[in-house]
Every structure is written in C-alpha cells, then in structure tokens.
Design a protein around this ligand. Structure first.
Ligand code: GSH
Length: 206
C-alpha cells in the first residue's frame, strides 16, 4: 500500500492527497512535520535528505518533492485522466504546475505566512500589501487562459490543476483584496464539486 508522510494542512501534502483521492488509491498517511516533528530522525533523513514533507513510499520506490510525487502517481495510475500520454498536451499541464510553484507561490507565500502563521505584533504588513498587489495580475493571466478551457490543460481535470487548485483555495480564504476573475470562479466551482478536493484541500488552515 502507498505510504504518504506529512501533515494534512501542508499545501505540498495536499497536492499529493488530492491526487491520491482523485485516483482512489489505497494508502496510509502518517503525520509528520510541524507539531508532529519526525523530520529530524535518521529514518526520515534516509527517505528525504531534504527533510521536508511530503514523502511517498510505493514499495521500494521512495519519492520526495510534491510535484515529482504528483507526476509519478499520475503517470502510474492516471493515464487518460490526470496524465495525458501525448507529450505536447501533457506539457500544458506541466507548465501550469511549474508556474504555480515558480510564479504564484513566491507571492502567495509571504501573504499566507504573515497572516496565518506570524504573531500579529511581528507581521510585516507592507510586505503583505506588496505581494497582494503583485499577485493580482498573475491571477488575471490564469483567468484569461481559463476563458478557453474549463481546466488548465483542457476540458477535464489533469495534474496541471492540482498545484493551482491548492494555491487558489488558500488565496481565496485570505483577507486581502482579490481581483475579479470570472473564469477562475467557474473553474473553482468545478473543483469544489470534486469529493477529493473538498476532502483534502478545502480544510481550514490556521
Ligand atoms: N519543494 C518541496 C517543499 C516541501 C516543503 O517545504 N514542505 C514544508 C511544508 S509545506 C515542510 O516540510 N515544512 C516543515 C514542516 O512542516 O515541519 C515540495 O514541493 O515537496
């Protein structure tokens, strides 16, 4: 059975759990990271020398880095659904996965960490404001893309939606100004209809 290491309220663990849920894979999840600790043990260091969550164990295969895990699970179990066998079409999903971590997350991270995980007296609200302004044109760019398809890589959910769907849930629930993004709103309505998204991503993050 698949083993996933990581606490449920980590965005990177959520990507993996949503994937596992979409593909209806039997699995065991072990709490690790945050208040659960475990990352500094020798056992954990042998699985992930980078000592971060998530980690996936699939028999003899051990994988760290959330997006590598999502791609592995999609490739092994998701042909024709999360995984497109055509390399050119799959590259569309790939680029939005990369865009989520390389372009959206550097802006979302300071907003989320400041408002959710930093004591009020220590918050750098000017940095939050800067990131909240900088992220708006990025979401508009995704919104324009979603004017042409229901999901980021076509008209069905693929792995390309996973990192962005996790990021959007966090962003939508943060107390900052949000841009008008009607196509993202429609996409989000579609995501919210999915059991695995509701179960693994739409959880209150404190
Ligand atoms: N690029 C890595 C980032 C992993 C990462 O930074 N995970 C965070 C949680 S989101 C972590 O392990 N934090 C330490 C902790 O939870 O104790 C990935 O995508 O897996």
């Amino acid at each position: 059975m698949l083993k996933i290491w990581g606490r449920t309220n980590s965005i990177n663990v959520q990507k993996v759990m949503w994937t596992v849920g979409e593909l209806e894979l039997a699995h065991e999840r072990i709490d690790a990271g945050g208040a659960f600790g475990r990352l500094d043990t020798d056992e954990y260091g042998r699985m992930n020398p980078n000592r971060r969550i998530p980690v996936l164990q699939d028999g003899d295969v051990t994988i760290w880095e959330s997006q590598a895990i999502v791609r592995y699970l999609a490739a092994v179990h998701g042909a024709g659904s999360l995984w497109d066998e055509d390399p050119a079409r799959r590259s569309l999903a790939d680029r939005w996965m990369e865009w989520a971590v390389g372009t959206i997350m550097p802006q979302l991270h300071p907003i989320f960490w400041t408002l959710k995980r930093t004591p009020e007296a220590e918050r750098d609200m000017a940095a939050v404001e800067r990131a909240a302004v900088a992220i708006q044109p990025l979401w508009r760019l995704l919104d324009e893309h979603l004017a042409h398809s229901s999901f980021v890589a076509g008209d069905r959910l693929t792995m390309g939606d996973i990192p962005l769907g996790c990021a959007w849930w966090r962003y939508a629930n943060l107390d900052v100004d949000h841009p008008a993004v009607p196509n993202i709103d429609l996409w989000y309505q579609n995501l919210k209809r999915r059991d695995a998204y509701r179960r693994h991503v739409m959880i209150e993050v404190t």
